[in-house]
Ligand binder design. Structure first.
Ligand code: NAD
Length: 472
């Protein structure tokens, strides 16, 4: 049990003003594994005041000092890597091998990458008679979700430290414990008081109060589109900067000249990583009509072999959904696919055989999915792959762009130039050609209702900077 009764404000663990606690539940066992405090508005005000007070000094800190802290965070994440991977698997249900790599390994590398970016970053530029200087935006509020909890936190905290900003973090209520470990690390490495502050609690209370706060200069939000819209509305009267990383319903297109078998096999993992609870998951597979049967056969046998079970078992590839709410929601989507007439080719309603507790669903795939179906349009956020067919490449592109979202995408072809041409026409923030790997130095973010702003790499740093032009 990890019971955390205090908040991290102004370089100290302090007892909250807020009343009550939030239980954290292990989605595999349905047992309570810890709790965190519910922050009140007063707690949020104190955290923002600490960040505001720390800003004048921290914003003038040296690049060397910031780099040292970023490297120290990275080193501590390495040292506590196994503990954090186990903790995040307990909070989210992520299979342990993937947890080690994506939940802890990636944030460790991202933190270090910002120290590297600082080595070469140019803070000033001359434009005719102007000197353009880049300055930290100020006090930042970070509101983060549960699905890649530490990765999403570090994707904001590391560039903010690099930029010279101060910050208040409010993690999700489903997976907040890893944020408390990060605060322990930040305390241990001696980041100056007030630069990083942690509050916990409900989005509708602490999250909204942070978003509307007049002393917060920027909100960086990752989560659902509905909550992102709400954050934008509440932030608007203070004209603060708002960046949003929201949902997705990304397309994976197999062109006619692709290695069809390889593309079909890869498409299952590209949709089901983190048990399908990935905003950039490639959930809509778009295939040539004449290859439908071959692809369906590969996918149905692959999904059937996608073992669901205890995420601590190294052989398990699909854990539970992160919460009972997610389990219900994903099950409803599977039912809607059946009701709307899609062809169920693997999985279905119910929980996988041999499992008697936990928020599990069956890894599922549907073929013959058409654009009016809910499973085509809506983000499911679970292990559910949908397949549609096309006759012409123009139709394939139309289907790929037929979404209110635009976060990620995939395209498969033996001809890289052709794939590149297709990728350029996709209205989405990322595209992977022939299974090209995720790159932590490339900008990550959405077109359309998947959000605005970019995270990671140099572009992620620039989100935290103001530009000042000084004429002479
Ligand atoms: P969510 O929107 O319910 O919660 C995310 C965070 O927002 C939590 O900290 C929550 O407490 C807070 N929140 C909720 N309502 C709020 C409000 N009214 N005001 C302020 N804060 C509020 O999302 P979730 O269920 O935790 O996460 C899943 C969603 O996140 C999915 O839609 C997924 O696609 C999206 N997501 C996007 C990205 C990305 O980078 N684009 C990454 C991960 C997850």
């Amino acid at each position: 049990m990890m019971q955390r009764g205090q908040l991290y404000i102004n370089g100290e663990w302090v007892s909250p003003d807020g009343k009550g606690t939030i239980d954290v539940i292990n989605p595999s066992t349905e047992e309570v594994i810890g709790s965190v405090p519910v922050s009140s508005r007063t707690d949020v005000d104190l955290a923002v005041a600490a960040a505001k007070a720390a800003f004048p000094t921290w914003s003038k800190s040296s690049i060397e000092e910031r780099s040292n802290f970023l490297n120290a965070i990275s080193a501590a994440l390495k040292e506590r890597g196994e503990e954090l991977a186990q903790l995040i698997t307990a909070e989210v249900g992520t299979p342990i091998g993937y947890s080690r790599m994506a939940m802890v390994g990636t944030p460790r590398v991202v933190s270090r990458s910002y120290a590297k970016i600082l080595e070469e970053f140019s803070w000033e530029e001359e434009i005719r008679n102007s000197l353009v200087v880049k300055e930290p935006v100020g006090v930042c509020a970070f509101i983060t979700p549960w699905n890649f909890p530490l990765h999403q936190i570090i994707g904001k905290v590391a560039p903010a430290i690099a930029a010279g900003c101060t910050m208040v973090l409010k993690p999700s209520k489903e997976a907040p414990l890893n944020a408390f470990i990060l605060a322990d690390i930040i305390d241990e490495i001696g980041l100056p008081a007030g630069v990083f502050n942690l509050v916990s609690g409900h989005g509708s209370e602490a999250g909204e109060h942070l978003s509307g706060h007049s002393d917060v200069d920027m909100v960086s939000f990752t989560g659902s589109t509905a909550a992102g819209i709400r954050v934008s509305q509440i932030s608007a009267p203070t004209v603060k900067r708002v960046t949003l990383e929201l949902g997705g319903k990304s397309a994976n297109v197999i062109l006619r000249d692709a290695d069809i078998a390889r593309a079909a096999k890869n498409s299952v993992g590209a949709c089901f990583a983190n048990s399908g609870q990935t905003c950039s998951a490639l959930t809509r597979l778009i295939v040539p009509a004449e290859n439908r049967d071959e692809i369906v056969e590969i996918i149905s046998s692959r999904v059937a072999g996608y073992t669901a079970g205890d995420p601590l078992d190294e052989a398990v590839r699909c854990g539970p959904m992160a919460s009972a709410r997610q389990q219900t929601s994903v099950s409803e989507y599977i039912q809607s696919g059946i009701d709307e007439g899609a062809t169920l080719i693997a999985g279905g309603i119910g929980i996988p055989e041999g499992i008697d507790k936990g928020f599990f669903v069956r890894p599922t795939a549907f073929a013959d999915v058409t654009p009016e179906m809910r499973i085509w349009n809506e983000e499911v956020f679970g292990p559910l792959l949908v397949i549609a067919t096309y006759e012409t490449e123009d139709e394939a592109l139309e289907l790929a762009n037929d979404s209110e979202y635009g976060l990620s995408g995939g395209v498969w072809s033996m001809d890289e130039e052709r794939a590149m041409d297709f990728a350029r026409q996709m209205r989405t923030g990322q595209v992977s050609i022939n299974g090209g790997h995720f790159n932590i130095s490339a900008p990550f973010g959405g077109y359309k209702m998947s959000g605005n702003g970019r995270e990671l790499g140099l572009h992620g740093l620039e989100e935290f900077l103001e530009l000042k032009a000084i004429q002479r």
